[in-house]
Design a protein around this ligand. Structure first.
Ligand SMILES: NC(=O)c1ccc[n+]([C@@H]2O[C@H](COP(=O)([O-])OP(=O)(O)OC[C@H]3O[C@@H](n4cnc5c(N)ncnc54)[C@H](O)[C@@H]3O)[C@@H](O)[C@H]2O)c1
Length: 308
């Protein structure tokens, strides 16, 4: 079976490609390398350097005839989405529609989509948020993910294209970009290893639900394999962890004397974010296996061995 992975040169997409190849799938990667790296792409994957908005995407579908599509490519930076919502919407909405049109035309069996728990539910009313929590994205990025979910439901209804949307919480692990605006674990690890001072935005009491990338890969593979469609799943741990705790854990793992330093809070930053995953456990037979402390240790080891 052949899977076309968009964003397969990026953090999560490259791990998904590796996982699929380990499971015996043939993998095609489509990535424009705007954020991803060619080095991340598995040597057995067939790589096309291409924007998902491009009309040449059809040539890839025609030639490769993928059975499944795993859609990770996105403009993923919330702040970029705020400063340039048109750019954000072009990639995340028009790019996704271009992909869906090709899925429909070339009779792809199922598309699995990287959605978001954090940005989807906005400032939560209940903790942890289930999939039925009101969706009130407070960023153009969150809106585009919601719109993509609606489009997938539309393609399922009209053309029978099966889909699964996975609403990730905060994913962390090896290969995450330590220089971006998001990805607090990667940013802190990189700085602490280099003896630099990380800055915690605000009082650090804001919380997130950190899920290790290996667990996210498993969810994606189960979403392809299992006979499930037209379905949305939260993919997180249900554990609410403060940024201060992440800093303290990393400080201990790395064994550094660098202490916490707080900066001004980020305007409009969500205070609490945690998602409930019993639906994925029940229907997808998925649950997170990697404890935060173990995931942080693996991440530190990776960044230590790949110092930048
Ligand atoms: N990292 C997280 O915590 C998190 C949380 C929720 C959802 N997500 C979603 O998961 C997916 C993967 O995120 P990631 O953290 O691995 O990000 P990433 O930036 O590492 O990976 C995205 C990949 O998509 C590629 N890409 C971007 N625009 C493209 C385009 N127009 N055409 C082709 N390729 C393009 C980039 O080059 C990159 O390799 C994204 O859809 C993101 O929105 C991530």
């Amino acid at each position: 079976m052949k899977v076309l992975v968009t964003g397969g040169a990026g953090f999560i997409g490259s791990h998904i490609s590796d996982g699929l190849i380990d499971e015996g799938y043939e993998v095609i990667v489509v990535d424009d390398l705007s954020a991803g790296k060619e080095d991340n792409i598995h040597e057995k994957a067939n790589f096309y350097k291409l924007d998902i908005q491009s009309s040449s995407l059809e040539d890839v579908f025609r030639k490769e005839q993928p059975d499944f599509v795993n859609h990770q490519a996105a403009q993923k930076d919330v702040r970029v989405s705020v400063s340039d919502p048109i750019y954000d919407a072009k990639i995340n909405i028009l790019g996704t529609i271009n992909l869906l049109q090709n899925c429909m035309k070339y009779k792809v069996k199922k598309i699995v989509f990287a959605s978001t728990g954090g940005a989807m539910y906005g400032e939560q009313e209940t903790f942890p948020a289930t999939e039925t929590h009101p969706v009130r994205p407070i960023s153009p990025y969150g809106i585009t993910k919601l719109v993509a979910e609606h489009y997938m439901h539309y393609y399922k209804t009209l053309y029978g294209l099966d889909y699964v949307s996975l609403r990730y919480s905060n994913v962390y692990g090896p290969r995450q970009d330590p220089f971006g605006e998001a990805g607090v674990v990667a940013i802190f690890v990189q700085k602490l290893l280099n003896g630099e001072q990380p800055i915690i935005n605000g009082d650090g009491k804001q919380t997130r639900d950190f899920v290790y990338v290996e667990d996210v890969v498993k969810a994606n593979i189960l979403a392809i394999k299992n006979n499930v469609s037209d379905c949305i799943f939260n993919i997180g741990t249900g554990n609410e962890i403060s940024i201060n705790q992440v800093f303290n854990d990393l400080r201990e793992i790395i064994n550094t004397s660098i202490d916490k330093k707080h900066g001004p809070p980020n305007q409009g930053e969500q205070q609490r974010s945690v998602i409930e995953c019993s639906k994925a456990k029940k229907i997808l037979c998925w649950e997170p296996k990697i404890l935060l402390i173990d995931g942080l240790k693996k991440t530190c080891r990776f960044f230590h061995e790949n110092r930048q």
